[in-house]
Design a protein around this ligand. Structure first.
Ligand code: NAP
Length: 268
């Protein structure tokens, strides 16, 4: 039986990955789900067990190193191994840099988005090496292209890209693969729950949401990339060419990034 640890497993893309793995592998998989909301975690764990998988809900704040270690210890104590670690838990944010009076929440975002992944990966690495397992880092197109209004979020996602690219090369001889996923706009509540300039929950999205990818499609792409041990999964018709276009026409890419913002959150 394979054991997969999924952070941010109580909602959105993480929960959907859990359900897809449970539906596909049934009794062949155990899912260890981590997030802060215990009730939502138990709900998703229940959906996975109804699909035939084993599931364990471990309430975790990945912004706390001790809780990341506890998550991995709990997975090993219950199932004895770890084959997959999906670093997916994240907060979003939307604010123009000059409108932010106190940068405290920039640090908090970095703890969740970057450090949460680093801490979970460090704790799980011995198990992943033993199983020649798979690490997945769910980044964002905002981790390939700086998105206006998203300095904090883009910085955290670029940092993830650097960390996991370097780690992939370090682990090359161990049989552990590292897949970095770069979704575009996906139809979840992440932006509504993200930080605004004052570090409060936004309550609305600053991006144009029309044409967002479905959660199901996004999760399927990530699972396929993980199973194929792909280096990267770059999503959307604009995202794939966008990273190359940035090298030859960076001004055009900046215009495209600005066009993704709603008018009321454009730079003044
Ligand atoms: N949706 C998009 O358009 C989009 C685009 C590009 C990349 N992504 C990336 O995809 C991943 C999943 O996003 P999503 O859209 O599925 O978001 P979502 O629906 O808001 O889910 C986020 C998950 O992360 C958990 N989480 C947040 N803060 C946490 C913390 N401190 N500790 C532990 N868990 C925490 C949340 O649970 P709790 O709040 O209960 O902790 C929830 O389970 C993220 O890495 C995101 O950056 C999303």
């Amino acid at each position: 039986m394979r054991v997969a640890v999924i952070t941010g497993g109580c909602d959105g893309i993480g929960a959907e990955i859990a359900r897809q793995l449970a539906s596909r592998d049934g009794a062949g998989i155990a899912l260890v789900l981590a997030a802060r909301d215990r009730d939502k975690l138990e709900q998703v764990a229940g959906q996975c067990t109804a699909l035939g998988a084993q599931a364990l809900a471990v309430p975790t704040d990945v912004g706390d190193q001790a809780q990341c270690r506890h998550l991995i210890d709990a997975a090993v104590a219950r199932f004895g191994r770890i084959d997959v670690l999906i670093n997916n838990a994240r907060r979003s944010a939307h604010a123009l840099f000059e409108d932010v009076p106190d940068l405290g929440w920039y640090e908090e975002l970095m703890r969740i988005n970057l450090w949460g992944s680093v801490w979970c990966t460090q704790a799980a690495l011995p198990q992943l090496k033993a199983s020649q397992g798979r690490i997945v880092a769910v980044s964002s197109l905002a981790g390939l292209i700086g998105v206006p209004g998203r300095t904090a979020y883009s910085a955290s996602k670029f940092a993830m890209t650097g960390f996991f690219e370097a780690l992939r090369a370090e682990l090359k001889s161990t049989g552990v693969s590292v897949t970095i996923a770069y979704p575009g706009v996906v139809d979840t509540r992440i932006r509504y729950r993200g930080f605004n300039a004052l570090g409060q929950e936004m309550g609305s999205s600053g991006l144009r949401e029309e044409g967002a990818m479905t959660v199901g499609e996004c999760a399927r792409s990530i699972v396929a990339g993980m199973e194929g041990r792909k280096r990267e999964v770059v999503m959307t018709g604009k995202g794939k060419p966008g990273r190359f276009l940035k090298l030859i026409a960076p001004g055009l890419v900046e215009k495209m990034a600005l066009a993704a913002l709603k008018d009321d959150v454009r730079p003044h």
